[in-house]
Write a protein that binds this ligand. Structure first.
Ligand code: NAG
Ligand code: NAG
Length: 186
């Protein structure tokens, strides 16, 4: 019977070891952990032709300044600035001429990384600039950060109807908390 306390003790030691590991994993953020994303992608913007992925939805009230024009876009987001690159997301939303092109987008990821998760993005679209990441969904929940964007110089594979816009994504997000089996509850 002398073994009982011993086993109880080793069980206790094992338990506190597991507990210690859990505490060190999760002590700084008990429900979810903030994660950083740094990723350069390229939005393919095709303004004209049969493959165009943006379309005027509301004509301008002033044909010279274009003020009031609203264009709806569904830009493919690629892992390289060439037509044969992999599509990793689509940038879906609108841009409207309000002095500058004010842009409001959901970047909807597809494929192996972040499938189905989104970044919510807004800001001014000039040849280059910065958009704000104001939120996210799925694995990218609670995202905030910026996307530096700029048109990359055309290459021989770039058609005259299109631009590749480099997106330097930098954000912090909090994937949903893991459950008791350490599986993210997306
Ligand atoms: C702008 O130009 C289009 C096409 O030429 C024309 O149909 C439209 O009436 C013009 N709009 C204004 C506000 O002048
Ligand atoms: C992404 O999610 C969709 C919808 O749930 C699914 O059909 C597809 O197989 C997923 N793709 C990958 C690569 O996991």
């Amino acid at each position: 019977m002398a073994r009982t306390p011993k086993s109880a003790l080793s069980l206790l030691l094992v338990s506190s070891f597991i507990l210690g590991a859990m505490v060190s994993l999760c002590s700084s953020c008990p429900t979810s952990c903030e994660t950083e994303i740094v990723w350069t992608l390229y939005a393919r913007q095709i303004g004209k032709g049969d493959n165009r992925n943006q379309e005027q939805a509301v004509p301008p009230v002033n044909n010279i300044t274009k003020f009031g024009e609203i264009v709806v876009n569904n830009w493919a987001v690629l892992d390289a600035p060439v037509p044969t690159a992999n599509i990793v997301a689509h940038a879906r939303g609108t841009h409207m001429m309000a002095g500058d092109w004010f842009t409001s987008l959901s970047i909807v990821f597809e494929g192996a990384r972040f499938n189905g998760s989104t970044l919510q993005v807004m800001g001014i679209t000039d040849a280059q600039g910065q958009w704000a990441i104001v939120g996210g969904t799925g694995e990218l929940a609670r995202a905030d950060g910026t996307i530096k964007h700029k048109i990359v110089p055309p290459t021989p594979t770039t058609s005259i109807n299109e631009n590749y816009r480099q997106l330097d994504i930098h954000a912090f997000y909090s994937p949903p908390a893991v459950n008791a089996n350490f599986i993210a509850d997306v």
